[in-house]
Design a binder for this molecule. Sequence first.
Ligand code: ADP
Length: 497
Amino acid sequence: MASVRSRLTVGYSAAVIGVLAVYTGAIVAQQRLAAMRSVGDDIRSTARLASAIIERQSFRGIAVDTVAVQASPFTPAVTSLLEQLPGFVIIGDSSQVFFWSAAVRQMQAQAENPALIPDVRGLWRQDLDRLTGIAYSSTTGATERRVTLNFDDVLLTAQVFDSPLGGGVRRIVVGESLRRMSESTMGILGVALTLAPLAVGLAVAVGWGLAGRVLAPVNQMVNDVEAITDGRSLHRRVVLESDARDELGRLAQTVNDMIARLENSFGSLRRFTADASHELRTPLAVIRADVERAMTTSDDAHERAVALEEALQQVSRMTGLVESLLTLARADEGRFDLITEPVPLEPVIREVAETGAMLGEERRIAVTTPLVEPVTVPGDAERLRQLLLNLVTNAVKYTGDGGRVEVTLERRHGEAIVTVKDNGMGIAAADLPFIFDRFWRVDRARSRSEGSGVGLGLAICQWIAQAHRGRIDVSSRLGRGTTFTVVLPSDEHLTSA
Ligand code: ADP
């Protein structure tokens, strides 16, 4: 399995080589086109020159129309001028040849060269026949074509005239080798191939170096994350040299945020487990002591009954605690299926206030409901009752003798607003942010000794409110009292939404 670094290097090098290949190809194509054009220009101007030379003779009246077959109609001066023309030049009338340039004669010489083996001579003969054959197959006008011969590649222009030029000329054929074109191609390819190993080497080196630089922070990050092996090393963070805002910076930030969340969850899990064990250990110790007392005082029936009753109280307390823990654990897992039905809150409020009044009766605490409007919310009636009862019980519990607790229910902007207000001991501003935390109590020692809750009540209240897409707010002043406000979306709100 190749590393990301080598894969990046290969990809980068392939891209560089591809670009170079395309670039070289484009240059070659452009050069070939230019060479082809220049050969074309050359042969056309040679043809023009040839006809000008022949015309000059006719103007001077030297030429005769009725030339004997195979005899050159040109004066030696004209012939020597024609000899100066480059490339393959064939001049004649419609059926006969008057002039062959040196290049054509050279071909003929090769075709008859006794020094060559017959096969090679045959090839030269073939080339000569092909050239002259094409020269004589073209019809009136000027045509240009590319001819591939055994020994060369030639661009030909054949100019055929209706009325003869001087000397009865009707046909001028000029050709030039395209070797120039292939030579330029070979030149460029030669340079490209010579430089290719250098280019590939450079691409690989640059690619390897770049990939290494880019991946170095990733490797560093992997090492950092690897060093976080268990819950105890969750305080460590991924270090990024520059606080870059690029992708790697964001990755490091995301990983760090995730570790922070993990650290948080681990911390609360640890605290939760410690708190839960602590809360369970105390009643267990009391039960044990009670049972031991009941066993040792077997002859005193009254004392035994007192010990067993106390044990029973502790068992009920433990049962409540375990039930709360189970509720929260299920809520955390999202395994709690709330029944959703229209719940009229008015009767719930009245019932809860009545229970509160009964609880506070002994301590002369008045629980009143000064304002109760009819509001229906979608939700789980049992859970909503638990939420409100918890708040009212707390209000009674944390209010001094002769205190007041008010419970109200209003409908405001499509929401049900429940307030539970007491004039009890209140909560210090510093404690307010924590009161919904699990196992949190203002004064742990006092609460337990009074046999009250364990600090899970408000955590459960908050979960119930949130599960109903609502919220709980609290405002309090130490020594003055506390107001809890529960906001729940009402039926009306849902239908209008
Ligand atoms: P508990 O079972 O101990 O009542 P809760 O989660 O219901 O646990 O409440 C957490 C803590 O918040 C309580 O221990 C108490 O200190 C504080 N608290 C809750 N309600 C009130 C209130 N109405 N007035 C003053 N303090 C309150």
